[in-house]
Design a protein around this ligand. Structure first.
Ligand code: AKG
Ligand code: FE2
Length: 359
């Protein structure tokens, strides 16, 4: 059963300014970095952030996730085939894996983390210039999940930015987005082959599609066992490529239980999102994941998602469906799917459930 993470206050009105237990008022739309910096002696979590969690999220066991050496994809056919098999089994059993020898330099990863940190260190007024409640805005700064909806708050500020194919702003970023794009295409190609689709099927649909970078900022949190940085969710795209600064906090749901995932510097974590679950007609399942916070250190993560073009329909791949195979998902445009997912503040896999065709 999915863990319930919504608190009763989810349905109650949260005004912009709230009284904290210390008698302070805070404007939650200014974000948690601002709250942390302006309340240095805060030792209790403001009640708006308290989530009803079944278990202490910090007590999860460490997951032993599959590790894929991507250099195998450039090798002679036998090694290439076994690498594709390893990717396909990681997608089927976990929806989540770590990649090594991916070809992206550590200096570029560090540069990207540095740029993300610089952004969050800008003055609030500077950051607020990018504030938007429009979930489709190509550039968006915000906090928690979706502040245009009433929900319990999450201990996170974020900055989202469309990458490919919106090349107009590429020059503002390190080459990171371009290199991650190439990596996603390589993985998409291997996944197509693993699914038995024509060579490059996924690469083609994502190749014309949308890349979204999400930089997440989780400052130290009083009472980190009572809240989350990011609620349990699956990503709306096909493939997400994730990295972080040296501070762990990611958890994934595997066989109904939450596991922590350790990050190994220089590697990336890859997860299957809803688009690939739908495209594979449920053979691969998007993985639910969430972010915990801690009392000591700021955590920064950078997730880059890859999906199809905004107006293209999301549906199971035709070549995977024969007369005997039932279609498990209703078609929907990617844009409508993103809107649907972002409007659900209890997240989990609820958006996917909404397009699932019941027996
Ligand atoms: O912070 C993390 O590790 C997870 C981030 C994430 O899941 C997202 O941005 O979609
Ligand atoms: Fe995610």
């Amino acid at each position: 059963m999915a863990e319930k993470e919504s608190s009763p206050s989810e349905t109650s009105l949260i005004s912009n300014k709230e009284e904290t237990p210390n008698g302070n008022t805070f404007d939650f739309k200014k974000g948690v970095k601002n709250l942390f910096e302006t309340s240095p002696y805060m030792n209790k979590l403001p009640p708006e952030f308290v989530l009803q969690l079944e278990r202490n999220p910090l007590s999860a066991t460490l997951a032993e996730i599959p590790v894929i050496d991507l250099s195998g994809l450039n090798c002679p056919s036998e090694i290439r085939i076994s690498t594709i098999k390893a990717i396909s089994s990681a997608c089927e059993l976990w929806g989540f894996f770590r990649i090594t020898n991916h070809g992206i330099k550590m200096s570029l990863i560090e540069e990207m983390l540095g740029v993300a940190e610089e952004f969050f260190d800008l003055s609030l007024a500077e950051k607020m210039k990018y504030g938007s409640e429009d979930v489709m805005s190509p550039v968006r700064y915000g906090t928690s999940l979706n502040t245009s909806k009433k929900h319990s708050l999450h201990w996170r500020d974020y900055f989202r930015h469309y990458g490919h194919p919106f090349q107009h702003s590429f020059h503002l970023w390190p080459e990171y987005l371009e290199e991650i794009w190439q990596l996603a295409m390589k993985l998409g190609c291997a996944i197509s082959e693993g699914l038995g689709l024509e060579n490059g099927y996924i690469e083609k649909s994502m190749g014309e599609g949308l890349q979204i970078l999400a930089a997440n900022y989780y400052p130290p949190c009083p009472e980190p066992d009572k809240t989350l940085g990011l609620a349990a969710h699956s990503d709306h795209g096909g493939l997400t490529i994730l990295m972080q600064n040296g501070v762990d906090g990611l958890q994934i749901k595997h066989n109904g239980e939450w596991f922590s995932v350790q990050h190994v510097p220089g590697t990336f974590l890859v997860n299957i999102g809803d688009y690939l679950e739908i495209l594979s007609n449920g053979k691969y399942k998007s993985v639910e994941h969430r972010a915990t916070v801690n009392a000591q250190k700021t955590r920064i993560s950078v997730a880059v998602g890859h999906g199809p073009e905004l107006l293209s329909p999301v549906r199971p791949a035709g070549p995977l469906i024969d007369e005997r195979e039932r279609i498990h998902y209703r078609p929907i445009t990617y844009q409508d799917y993103i809107r649907l997912q972002q409007s659900i503040t209890t997240r989990g896999k609820n958006a996917l459930q909404a397009v699932l065709i019941n027996e």
